[in-house]
Design a protein around this ligand. Structure first.
Ligand SMILES: N[C@@H](CCOP(=O)(O)O)C(=O)O
Length: 461
C-alpha cells in the first residue's frame, strides 16, 4: 500500500513512513494510492464483533508490512484498554431513526482519543524499532491537544508541543493540556486563533532545516494514520444498525474536516452511506462552500463550540484532491489561492462534492436550544459540538437511519452546558481534581521564529 501527496510532488511512502512524516514535503497531505474495498460479506461479518476486532479488519489492508498481524492486534488492544465503555463507541437513540454515536468515552473525553491512543501505540512501536527520537508539534482548538498529550506524556523519546489559541478553549480543555506534570509535555498558548496555530505548525514542516533538525512529527489529522483510525467507528456503528443490508447516513460536527473525511473513506471502502452531512457552527466556511461553491475564509469567530472554531479545514484538501480527479497540480493551485483568501470550486468538482456531502449550519442560539431540547426529550446531555450535529442532522433525516457523531463529553464545556440547561455536568471521578492541579503553560506570540526557538531550547537542539 503506497501513500501519495495531494500536491503530487512528494515522495511516495509506505504507511509507516507516512505516519512518521505527517505533512508531505510538498506541503500536501498523504492519502492512499488506492482505497481497499471490503465486500458485502466482509462488512456483514463485522456485526457483533468487539470494537478492537472491527478496528483490526478495517485498518489492516491500509498498513502494508508496517506491523505484523499479531503486533497490530496488540497495539489496538492497548490503545482501547483505557476507555470507559465496553462498547468503546456506543450508540444511543435520540428519536425515530436518529441515533447518537458517543465518541467521548476515551481518556480525554473526546473522539480524538480513538485515533490518538492508537497512533501513540503505533508510533512508540515504530520508534522502538528505529531507535529514533521525535518532536511532535500539534495545533489544537481544544480537543486534539489533550488527546495528544495523553497519548505521549512521559515518553523518553518523544517531546510533545501543543499550540492552542490563548483564551479560546474551554477551561477544562486548557487544564487538560496545562496540568500534566511530565517534562516532555509543552503547552503553548498562542496569541492568535486556531488557524494561526495550524499555519505555524505547517510552517515548521515546510522549514526543512528545522523539520529535519528536530525530527518533527505531526499528530493532527494532517497525519493519515489519524484519519484511518477514525474510519473504524463508521463501520462499527453502521453494522449495528443493519449495514450493509441497510444504508445509513452520518452527520458530523466539523472543524478540520478529518472526522467526516474518515466517513468518506468508509464509503469508498464499500460501507453503504447515503449522506455525509457536514455540520458547522457559525464558522461556516464548509457549509458556504458546499452551498455556493466558494471556499472563502471569513475570520474565526469564537463560539460556545470552540473545537470547531476553524476556517481553514486542512482535510478539505484531501476531498478536493479526489474531486479534481487526483490532480496534484490543480490542488496546489487552489491552496495557493487560499493563501490570498479563497477560491471557487470548479463545476465538476463541486458536483462530485455535492454528490457526497450535504451540509448545514447551527447558530449559537440554536446550539443552546438543541442542548435544552435534547435533554428534555431524551435525557441525553449534549456537548455544544454534538448539539451542532444534532441540530443539523434534524434537517437531513430521511429513510436511512441517521447517526450523529457526539464528539465530546459535555463536562468539557460545563459553562456552556449549564447556561443552556441549568445543570452543570460533572467530570468523571478520575479527573475530579483537575481544577486544583497547578498549570504550566508558556504564552507565545503568533510568530514562527519565536515558536521554533522555544522548541529548540526545550529539546536542547
Ligand atoms: N478540532 C480540533 C482541531 C485540530 O484538528 P485535527 O483533527 O486536525 O487534530 C481540536 O479540537 O483540536
Amino acid at each position: 500500500m503506497n501513500y501519495i501527496s495531494t500536491r503530487g510532488a512528494a515522495p511516495v511512502l509506505s504507511f509507516g513512513e507516512a505516519m512518521m512524516t505527517g505533512l508531505a514535503r510538498d506541503g500536501g497531505l498523504y492519502v492512499p494510492e488506492t482505497v481497499p474495498v471490503m465486500s458485502k460479506a466482509e462488512i456483514a461479518a463485522l456485526a457483533g464483533l468487539p470494537y478492537e476486532e472491527i478496528a483490526f479488519r478495517v485498518m489492516r489492508p491500509f498498513l502494508g508490512d508496517t506491523f505484523g498481524d499479531g503486533e497490530f492486534r496488540e497495539l489496538i488492544a492497548k490503545a482501547y484498554s483505557g476507555f470507559g465503555h465496553a462498547a468503546r463507541a456506543p450508540l444511543v437513540q435520540l428519536g425515530p431513526n436518529h441515533f447518537l454515536l458517543e465518541l467521548f468515552h476515551g481518556p480525554t473525553l473526546a473522539f480524538k482519543d480513538f485515533a490518538m491512543q492508537l497512533i501513540g501505540q503505533m508510533m512508540q512501536a515504530a520508534l522502538a524499532k528505529s531507535g529514533e527520537r521525535i518532536t511532535i508539534v500539534g495545533a489544537t482548538s481544544g480537543d486534539t491537544g489533550s488527546a495528544a498529550i495523553e497519548a505521549f506524556r512521559g515518553l523518553s523519546n518523544v517531546d510533545v508541543f501543543i499550540l492552542f489559541p490563548h483564551g479560546r478553549v474551554s477551561e477544562v480543555q486548557r487544564r487538560q493540556m496545562t496540568t500534566p506534570v511530565e517534562a516532555n509535555v509543552h503547552a503553548l498558548a498562542v496569541d492568535g486563533d486556531f488557524d494561526d496555530c495550524q499555519a505555524r505548525v505547517k510552517d515548521m514542516f515546510n522549514d526543512f532545516a528545522f523539520r529535519d533538525g528536530v525530527r518533527l512529527a505531526g499528530v493532527n489529522s494532517i497525519n493519515w494514520a489519524r484519519v484511518l483510525a477514525q474510519v473504524v467507528y463508521y463501520f462499527s456503528s453502521a453494522v449495528s444498525l443493519g449495514a450493509p443490508e441497510r444504508a445509513v447516513s452520518f452527520t458530523v460536527p466539523t472543524g478540520n474536516f478529518g472526522d467526516i473525511f474518515a466517513g468518506y473513506i468508509a464509503r469508498k471502502m464499500g460501507l453503504p452511506i447515503e449522506r455525509l452531512v457536514i455540520a458547522t457552527n457559525q464558522n461556516d466556511i464548509l457549509d458556504r462552500a458546499i452551498r455556493s461553491g466558494a471556499y472563502v475564509t471569513d475570520g474565526v469567530k469564537p463560539s460556545i463550540s470552540p473545537s470547531m472554531d476553524i476556517q481553514v479545514s486542512s482535510n478539505f484538501e484531501r476531498a478536493l484532491f479526489d474531486a479534481y480527479g487526483r490532480d496534484g497540480a490543480a490542488v496546489r493551485a487552489l491552496m495557493d489561492e487560499l493563501k490570498a483568501g479563497g477560491f471557487a470550486i470548479g463545476e465538476a468538482a463541486l458536483e462530485m462534492l455535492r454528490g457526497t456531502f450535504a451540509s448545514g449550519r447551527c447558530s449559537e442560539e440554536e446550539t443552546v436550544a438543541t442542548i435544552r431540547q435534547a435533554f428534555a426529550t431524551t435525557g441525553e446531555v449534549l456537548c455544544p459540538h454534538s448539539a451542532v450535529g444534532v441540530k443539523v442532522a434534524g434537517e437531513h433525516l430521511g429513510v436511512a437511519p441517521m447517526i450523529t457523531l457526539a464528539t465530546a463529553h459535555p463536562a468539557k464545556f460545563p459553562d456552556a452546558v449549564e447556561a443552556a440547561m441549568g445543570v452543570r455536568p460533572a467530570l468523571p471521578v478520575r479527573m475530579g481534581d483537575l481544577f486544583q492541579r497547578p498549570e504550566r503553560v508558556t504564552r507565545v506570540k503568533n510568530d514562527l521564529a519565536a515558536l521554533q526557538a522555544i522548541v529548540r531550547e526545550r529539546i536542547g537542539h
